[in-house]
Ligand binder design. Structure first.
Ligand SMILES: [Cu+2]
Length: 476
C-alpha cells in the first residue's frame, strides 16, 4: 500500500498537485499538511490533560507558557524553590496533532532570577527550540514549529547548567496525536516522575536548597510523581470507576533516574512503548527513560486502591514515588475473590481450620477531625511504615513486630510515641514474641506522628486510642 502511495506521490511531483491529492500526500508527509484556522491551545496542570484532539484538522495552535520560580512543598514540612513551566511540576500538558503549526510564546516572569528556555522533544529543529526560546526575566519570545511525528514527548528547560534546571522541576509533556486521534478512553491522567537532590536528608524539615554534588552522584533524596511527595495520594489520588478504561500519560523528567513504572494490582492492557507508535500488550512494568515517556492503558475491573510506583522499590516506600488510583464500584468476585480462608499451619501436627469472615471495605463512620486524621495517617503509614510493618500491620516474623493487635502498642501510648519519635532498639516483646532489632527514628512531624498512630490504634483490632499532636509534643 505504502509502495503504491510512493509511486503515486512520485507521479504527483512530476505532474503537479490537485487539492485532494495534496491531502493524501500530506498524510504521508505531515510537513506538507495544510493548516485550517487558528486557536489557542488549552493547557492543563497535572494530573489533568486537555480534551482530546480527535478528528479535528491540523490548525495553527498558539501556546502560551510562563516560566515561574517559586517555593512549594516537597514533602510535609519540607519546601523547595522550584523552577517551573506555568507554576506546576511537571509543567502544563500540551495537546496537539500531527501537522499542527505551533506558535509558541514563552514568557519569563519578571520576578525570576534567571533566564530559561524550552527544548521540546516534539520539535524537529536545532535544540528542540532551545536556542530560539532563550528568554530573560521580564521578557517574552515567540518561535514556530510544525509537529511532524505523532507521539508523547518530554519538554524541558535546556539553559546551562541544564541538569540543575531540570532537577529544579523544569519539564513537562507534549502530546502529538496521530491523524484521526487516539482511541477514546474513559479517563486520562498526566503523571511525571522526577528525582530531587536536597542539602538536607530525606524528610529534613525547612526550606531545602539544591545539592549539586548529590545530583552529580545521582544520590536522590526524593523520587516523586508530579513534583512532590503526596501529589497523587490522599485527597490528591486520581480516580476511576469499575469498568472504565484508563489512559495514563507517563513521563520521566529525571534528571538522572530511569523509572520502572508499575501499578500494583493492575496489568497494562496496552503500552505505547517509549511514547511512540509501537504498542505492547499485557505488560507488568514499563521502563520510562529519563527524558522519555510511555502511554499506558488498562481497564479497571475491581474496586480498591491501585498503587502507582517506581518498582525500584525503595524509591517508592522511602523516597516518595507513590501515587494512588482509587477505583470505586461493585465487587467483582469473578476477577478477584479476596481472602476466603486461613488455617493454622503446623507441619507434623493436626491442623485446625477456621473460616475467616469476609473482609469488609466499609469503614466505621467517624466524623470530623478523627476521620481526617485517619485519612492523613493512612498516607503517612503508606509512605513511612508500610515497608517494614506491612500493609495489614502484620509485620514480618523475626524481623518487624506486628502493629495489628499489638499488646506492646496497646499497653502504653507514650512508649509508642517515643518509638516513632526517637526510634526504638533493644529487646521488645510483642504478643509473646521477642524482637531485638532497631527501628530508625522517623523523620516526620509531630502532627503526622499523631495521625499515623491514630491510624494504627484505630485499625487491626487495636484499642482505638486517639493520639493528639499535644501528646506527641509533650514527649521530650
Ligand atoms: Cu530553566
Amino acid at each position: 500500500m505504502k509502495f503504491v502511495y510512493l509511486m503515486f506521490g512520485a507521479a504527483l511531483l512530476a505532474g503537479g498537485f490537485t487539492s485532494c491529492e495534496q491531502v493524501e500526500a500530506a498524510k504521508e508527509k505531515p510537513e506538507l499538511m495544510k493548516v485550517y484556522g487558528e486557536s489557542e491551545a488549552e493547557l492543563t496542570a497535572p494530573p489533568l490533560v486537555p480534551r482530546p484532539v480527535g478528528k479535528r484538522a491540523a490548525t495553527k495552535l498558539v501556546v502560551n507558557m510562563e516560566v515561574i520560580e517559586k517555593e512549594m512543598e516537597m514533602s510535609d514540612g519540607v519546601s523547595y524553590v522550584y523552577w517551573t513551566f506555568d507554576g506546576t511540576v511537571p509543567g502544563s500538558f500540551i495537546r496537539t496533532r500531527v501537522g499542527d503549526e505551533i506558535e509558541f510564546h514563552l514568557k519569563n516572569h519578571p520576578d525570576s532570577k534567571l533566564p530559561h528556555n524550552i527544548d521540546l522533544h516534539a520539535v524537529t529543529g536545532p535544540g528542540g527550540g532551545a536556542k530560539s526560546s532563550f528568554v530573560a526575566p521580564g521578557h517574552e519570545v515567540v518561535f514556530n514549529f510544525k509537529t511532524i511525528n505523532p507521539g508523547l514527548y518530554v519538554y524541558h528547560c535546556a539553559t546551562a547548567p541544564v541538569g540543575m534546571h531540570v532537577a529544579n522541576g523544569m519539564y513537562g509533556l507534549i502530546l502529538v496525536e496521530p491523524e484521526g486521534g487516539l482511541p477514546p478512553v474513559d479517563k486520562e491522567y498526566y503523571i511525571m516522575q522526577g528525582d530531587f537532590y536536597t542539602e538536607g536528608e530525606h524528610g529534613e524539615r525547612g526550606l531545602q536548597a539544591f545539592d549539586m554534588n548529590k545530583a552529580v552522584d545521582e544520590d536522590a533524596d526524593y523520587v516523586v510523581f508530579n513534583g512532590s511527595v503526596g501529589a497523587l495520594t490522599g485527597e490528591n489520588a486520581i480516580t476511576a470507576e469499575v469498568g472504565e478504561t484508563v489512559r495514563l500519560f507517563v513521563g520521566n523528567g529525571g534528571p538522572n533516574l530511569v523509572s520502572s513504572f508499575h501499578v500494583i494490582g493492575e496489568i497494562f492492557d496496552k503500552v505505547y512503548v517509549e511514547g511512540g507508535t509501537m504498542v505492547n500488550e499485557n505488560v507488568q512494568t514499563t521502563l520510562i527513560p529519563a527524558g522519555g515517556s510511555a502511554m499506558v492503558e488498562f481497564k479497571v475491573e475491581v474496586p480498591g486502591e491501585l498503587i502507582l510506583v517506581d518498582h525500584s522499590i525503595f524509591r517508592a516506600f522511602n523516597k516518595g514515588a507513590i501515587g494512588i488510583l482509587n477505583v470505586e464500584g461493585p465487587e467483582n468476585k469473578e476477577v478477584f475473590g479476596g481472602k476466603t480462608e486461613e488455617k493454622v499451619y503446623q507441619p507434623g501436627e493436626e491442623t485446625a481450620s477456621e473460616e475467616v469472615a469476609e473482609e469488609s471495605n466499609e469503614t466505621v463512620a467517624v466524623e470530623g477531625s478523627l476521620s481526617e486524621k485517619m485519612e492523613r495517617g493512612k498516607t503517612v503509614y503508606t509512605q513511612n511504615c508500610l515497608a517494614c510493618h506491612q500493609a495489614t500491620g502484620a509485620g514480618i516474623p523475626n524481623a518487624f513486630p506486628p502493629l495489628a493487635n499489638s499488646d506492646y502498642l496497646n499497653a502504653d501510648v507514650h512508649r509508642a510515641i517515643d518509638a516513632v519519635k526517637y526510634g526504638l532498639s533493644g529487646e521488645v516483646k510483642v504478643n509473646g514474641d521477642v524482637y531485638n532489632s532497631a527501628m530508625p527514628k522517623q523523620n516526620i512531624s509531630d502532627e503526622d506522628i499523631a495521625n499515623v498512630l491514630t491510624y494504627v490504634y484505630n485499625n487491626w483490632g487495636n484499642n482505638k486510642t486517639e493520639v493528639t499532636t499535644e501528646m506527641v509534643k509533650s514527649r521530650k
